[in-house]
Design a protein around this ligand. Structure first.
Ligand code: ZN
Length: 68
């Protein structure tokens, strides 16, 4: 569990203002330092807007909520 999950209710989609949902996705880049540290955890979290289905990356546990 990452801290963002606790604060999801105050975050909203920058494009449409909709609610965001935390989703786990398989990591594309397997040769990543995080993967070595996490010992084979190949998933990463992203934020998905429930309203417009836009996906926002989370980098170093910081959600990148920018309009695309
Ligand atoms: Zn949205």
């Amino acid at each position: 569990m990452i801290w963002i999950e606790k604060y999801l209710y105050i975050l909203q989609c920058p494009s449409c203002g909709g609610d965001l949902e935390l989703k786990e996705y398989p990591k594309k880049n397997i040769l990543n330092v995080d993967n070595i540290i996490n010992n084979g955890n190949n998933n990463e979290y992203k934020l998905l807007c429930k309203k417009c289905n836009k996906i926002y990356d989370i980098v170093e546990e910081i959600p990148i909520l920018l309009k695309k």
